[in-house]
Design a protein around this ligand. Structure first.
Ligand SMILES: *Cc1c(COP(=O)(O)O)cnc(C)c1O
Length: 418
């Protein structure tokens, strides 16, 4: 399935008004290509659907932290969900508002806490008693008061891939539901902490609304119990995890998600927050790659391309399925079933398997729905420099990240003197 922003015209794939072969020619391959119109449309769709229900949408930076993307979202009024000091620095560099930024993650270091306290973030999403104590001590030492929310683990099954499920008891994330109330009481008694919220994040690529409803309902029970303890919260953060269509999944309509929140939290006065990542950016991006060699065989046909697991790890990491589009259509009579593989020295290095395509060496392919957790998870394994990223806006093309130079890979390394 192609989207409105990646479309075929006269046998060639376009992003907005730009033909993908033009991008390959100017910037080389592999290359990430994003559609500004797609990003903006999604950002506005979120606002339209959630307006009046969710007060602040904090984009999860880890899905795609390119400064251009963060800056576009900041300009549209978005806040941010960060999981490291590096992401905080990115948000600040992109012109994001720290007062709209929440800090998630199970292992915040003291240095990261200090940076976030200095920046004046909206809230620390605390995930354990141990972390709460370190945060309280750090804030006290700096003479500051840290705003905190606890990430509660509601123990619901988000019905997604086990590697991206986070809201089950056995996952490392969040504080156990039945310990949360005690933790809140302890936090409320610490003068360097200000209890401001509660949050959850039950997993990723979720396409059913029931787990959200169940988890939100459990969170609400806890909010009520806290009220009886005299702890009144300013916000409730329902996390991220909204799924997208890679193949045939049916994403949750944002209007239905908003409706569910209105039903669960009817009559509550806390502000609602959410932390979408994937849904904001996935379908706005594609990975452009060129076929190097065709290697048909007895059991499998391999199309070896110049992108690999280093550029897009999701297929290898989660057995994820991404659409693969031929950028220029060949006559269909040569169609075969191809495994699209990279040149990294791992048998698991593939981008797609068993795809019916008519391919020739030198052809361009586009791996679709690659805007989220694509570039963000890329690596230098096999001494592969990280690829460039370009943003298309109508017929304008802007390089938003240059291709990494090979010599930069060892810039910080040192040969022993003897
Ligand atoms: C990863 C993450 C998100 C975003 O998840 P998506 O599935 O990309 O929407 C939101 N909140 C937290 C705490 C996360 O770790």
């Amino acid at each position: 399935m192609m989207t409105n922003f990646f479309q075929e015209r006269d046998g060639t794939l376009y992003v907005e008004e730009v033909a993908l072969p033009e991008i390959a020619e100017r910037f080389g391959t592999p290359c990430y290509v994003y559609s500004r119109a797609a990003l903006t449309a999604t950002a506005k769709e979120f606002h339209a659907a959630l307006n009046g229900t969710v007060d602040l949408i904090c984009y999860a930076v880890k899905a795609n932290g390119n400064l251009a993307i963060l800056n576009l979202l900041a300009r549209l009024g978005y806040g941010f969900d960060i999981v490291s000091g590096g992401e905080l620095a990115r948000v600040l560099a992109a012109g994001g508002d720290p007062a709209k930024t929440v800090f998630s993650g199970v292992g915040k270091t003291v240095a990261e806490m200090e940076a976030a306290l200095d920046a004046g973030i909206l809230c620390f999403n605390v995930e354990s008693t141990a972390e709460m104590k370190v945060l309280a001590a750090t804030a006290a030492r700096l003479g500051k008061i840290a705003p905190v929310s606890f990430r509660v683990n509601p123990d619901v099954d988000a019905k997604t891939h086990p590697y991206i499920s986070t809201g089950l008891k056995e996952n490392k994330f969040g504080v156990p539901f039945d310990e949360a109330r005690t933790l809140y009481r302890q936090a409320a008694a610490l003068p360097s902490l200000r209890v401001v919220g509660i949050n959850m994040h039950i997993g990723s690529q979720i396409t059913e609304i029931a787990p959200y409803r169940e988890a939100a309902g459990k969170m609400l029970q806890l909010v009520r119990a806290l009220e009886t303890d005299g702890i009144v919260l300013e916000h409730i953060d329902v996390g991220g995890g909204l799924g997208v269509r890679y193949r045939d999944e049916q994403p949750i309509p944002l209007t239905a998600f908003a409706q569910m929140l209105r039903e669960v939290f009817a009559g509550r006065s806390e502000r609602l927050l959410m932390e979408p990542g994937r849904r904001m950016v996935a379908e706005a991006g594609a990975l452009l790659t060129r076929v190097l060699y065709l290697k048909p065989g007895a059991t499998r046909n391999f199309a070896i391309v110049d992108a690999a697991m280093t550029e897009l790890m999701r297929p290898v990491l989660y057995q994820a399925w991404h659409p693969v589009w031929a950028v220029t259509k060949n006559a269909p009579d040569g169609e075969k079933c191809w495994d699209i593989v990279g040149s990294v020295c791992e048998s698991s290095d593939f981008l797609a398997q068993a795809r019916p395509l008519a391919l020739r060496e030198g052809d361009l392919l586009a791996v679709g729905a690659a805007g989220a957790y694509g570039m963000a998870m890329s690596s230098n394994y096999n001494a592969r420099p990280r690829v460039c990223e370009v943003m298309v806006d109508g017929n304008e093309i802007t390089m938003i990240r240059a291709r990494e130079e090979v010599k930069k890979l060892w810039e910080t390394e040192q040969i022993l003197s003897k």
